[in-house]
Design a protein around this ligand. Structure first.
Ligand code: NAP
Length: 341
């Protein structure tokens, strides 16, 4: 088995180009059996997919990682290193040093780590400039060794520029990026490339909609059909993008490319985003410990394998569809604007 390709962030942390997403254990994607979730993590690690993405607001995600991490540490086996990226998503309140440090230490306790590999900071309201206070303290805590990589999630290009111009070193920005939502290509990508900031992407598989499973299927609309928070979130995005009929055309184009490479639609959709400039990694959601949920390890490995190279013909059939879509930048705005009204 060839090793999973990695990308090095500015602070030196190497993360897999396909990361395992843990929003799926928050409870909004099916009932989670914690013990089974911990057990399921082993197969990802065994396959070389050693990087996990979580958040302080994803229910038990940090604790599930912590249980797994402590098991790994106490096993004494020669196990590969894990990389654990979390998020700090504070509610609006004074962002003093005590508040920020307390939140980080809570994540450390839950994750059973002595320092944090990467903290991705989210802020809900740009009019409330206390995000700059929080980032100042996060930067100090990084200098003191509590955090290795200081990163953002869902920040737009204007604020990313504002933050970095204050001398705060940002390793990555986690944003929605897929064949459907290509907003990062408008401005974000260029700024990140110029400033050595990696994009880590989510929504790349649209919660699973970007797969054979939905090819030729009638439009899912009910809650029963859109049975995870991801499916419902990204189905709304498809509605804004161009609707179900255009989406079916996209799946046909992806299947054509997938057949050419003897891989899955999901692998083509992931590879497309991995090949975008400034994209360091794609986060693929894993419904760890949810009864009946599939594991998609081999597809993820194929997606990031250097053997999978999309051709000019593949890109032509895909673009012929995506260029018929609405412009989501004009409709929604820059990265993360969907979280801010
Ligand atoms: N920063 C943010 O605001 C933010 C927002 C959303 C997500 N995220 C991060 O991104 C991660 C990904 O979440 P997401 O909501 O964007 O979901 P996603 O990765 O687009 O979709 C995940 C779902 O896709 C399906 N899937 C995965 N691989 C597949 C394959 N090869 N073939 C067919 N189906 C496949 C699985 O469905 P089944 O389980 O049904 O098989 C899985 O549950 C999260 O866990 C989180 O870490 C961050």
């Amino acid at each position: 088995m060839s090793p999973v390709p990695k990308v090095r962030l500015t602070g030196g942390l190497e993360v897999c180009r396909v990361l395992n997403g843990m929003w799926q254990v928050s409870g909004a994607h099916g009932e989670v059996d914690r013990a089974k979730a911990v057990e399921a993590m082993q197969s990802y690690v065994d396959a070389g997919l050693t990087t996990f993405d979580m958040a302080d607001i994803y229910g038990p995600a940090e604790e599930i990682f912590g249980h797994f991490n402590s098991q790994v540490k106490s096993s004494g086996n020669d196990v590969p290193a894990l990389q654990s990226l979390t998020k700090y998503v504070p509610r609006p309140e004074p962002m003093n040093r005590k508040v920020v440090e307390k939140a980080l230490r809570r994540s450390m306790t839950r994750m059973q780590v002595d320092s944090l590999d990467c903290v991705q900071f989210h802020w809900w309201d740009y009019k409330d400039k206390r995000y700059l206070d929080a980032l100042g303290h996060l930067s100090d805590l990084q200098q003191e060794g509590l955090i290795r990589e200081l990163a953002l999630t869902n920040f737009d290009t204007q604020r990313l520029e504002e933050i970095t111009s204050r001398g705060i070193r940002i390793s990555s920005n986690q944003v929605q990026y897929s064949l459907i939502d290509q907003r990062p290509a408008a401005k974000m990508e260029k700024f990140c490339l110029a400033n050595n900031i990696q994009l880590l992407t989510y929504g790349t598989l649209a919660g699973g909609l970007l797969s054979e499973r939905y090819l030729g299927k009638t439009e899912p609309t009910s809650r029963a059909e859109l049975y995870t928070a991801s499916l419902s979130k990204y189905k709304n995005m498809i509605n804004s993008w161009g609707g179900w009929s255009l989406f079916q055309d996209l799946l046909v184009a992806l299947e054509t490319a997938a057949r050419r490479h003897d891989c899955s639609v999901a692998s083509v959709a992931t590879r497309y985003v991995l090949d975008r400039p400034a994209v360091g990694g794609v986060i693929v959601g894993c419904r760890l410990g949810v009864a009946g949920a599939g594991q998609h390890i081999s597809d993820s490995l194929r997606s990031c394998s250097p053997d999978l190279k999309l051709t000019v013909e593949d890109l032509a059939v895909i673009t012929a569809v995506t260029q018929r879509s609405r412009d989501l930048s004009a409709l929604i705005g820059d990265c993360g604007d969907e979280y801010r009204s």
